[in-house]
Design a protein around this ligand. Sequence first.
Ligand code: PLP
Length: 392
Amino acid sequence: MLIPNMNYSHLKTSYLFYNIAQRTKAYLAEHPDKKLLRLGIGDVSLPLCDAVIKGLHQAAEDQADASTFNGYMPECGAPFLRTAVAEHYRGRGVQVADDEVFISSGASDELGDILDLFDRSNRSLIIEPAYPAYVDANVMAGREIVHVPSSLDNGFLPLPDENTAAELIYICSPNNPTGAVFDREKLKAWVDFANAGGSVILFDAAYEAFIEDESLPRSIFEIEGARTCAIEICSLSKTAGFTGTRLGYTVIPHELERCGMKLNDMWVRNRTTKTNGVSYIIQRAACEVFTPEGQRQIHENINIYKNNAKTIMKALDAAGIEYTGGKNAPYIWLRCPGGMGSWEFFDKLLNEMQIVGTPGEGFGRCGEGFFRFSTFGSPEDTEEAARRLAKL
Ligand code: PLP
């Protein structure tokens, strides 16, 4: 008898964004004349920058000529892009070798797939509130999850203590949903903890490009000792608007080994077995992101989102609402006013102001009573939403 993966039956029945979509759909069915201001789902609204578009066109031309045509790409990534990413790190003083960079089609894929490297018995520590995919990927894999709640009291940046025990540790900094960013000292505490006990940190740096405070680490490999205990997973989705174009990268240092097994070698084996790489056209275009002109252009777009953040923060300040994030992250995490619950506040914003946000409860139990705004919407919608929010 075929037995399906029964771990799927332990997944929470409805996914956060599905629930939001259902409620907004029902609202629009009843109020077809209303326009919604969407500060909910974390998708970008600006198009790809010119440098990337030119790269896409050029790469398409390459595929039209036998002398420049590419078939299968190397499974771990095109050498030109692995070098470009590694040089991007090295340019910031972080030593990463070209063959420590693996090109992927996005961070989500990697966050789930990377679990292949670790024995089923390993526990996964997830700092909550958290990006929901961490929990779901671990539930699907039948892994024990150690939930570590965080709160306003610790700035949503909990540290390990004598009771902390897990073999895999997810750290997302800048954080989705709280916008909190680990400083060097706090990140070092996790690195030391991981090295002392032999755990491995899965560092999700999907939002590193939003860090403007130079003292904050954009990569875990800026922290001494990280090369023996961390894997960094990154993405161009939010950095360069690649949510629909798809490209990410993962850094696995050669020094990272457990039980005599080198995780970099294991991942090479994994990728060469389970993927046939990312398309030539996308990798070639992604390369443009790492040129000086590409960097200038993507930061122009990032600054538009950062202005959205300022607009929302001003409105929340005016309304006297407590929040974190917004400065070094594209998310603003606020405490629902008047002691309201997350979904209660969601309904209030939807019904009274036609604003769609994300209820904090969807990111873990300790997110109850909190709410997330994304700054990826259009400036016009964000300004209109801010005018309404200031009246809260
Ligand atoms: N990690 C975090 C923290 C995210 O918020 C997201 C997307 O919202 C991802 C990873 C997924 O990124 P990608 O589009 O590269 O799959």
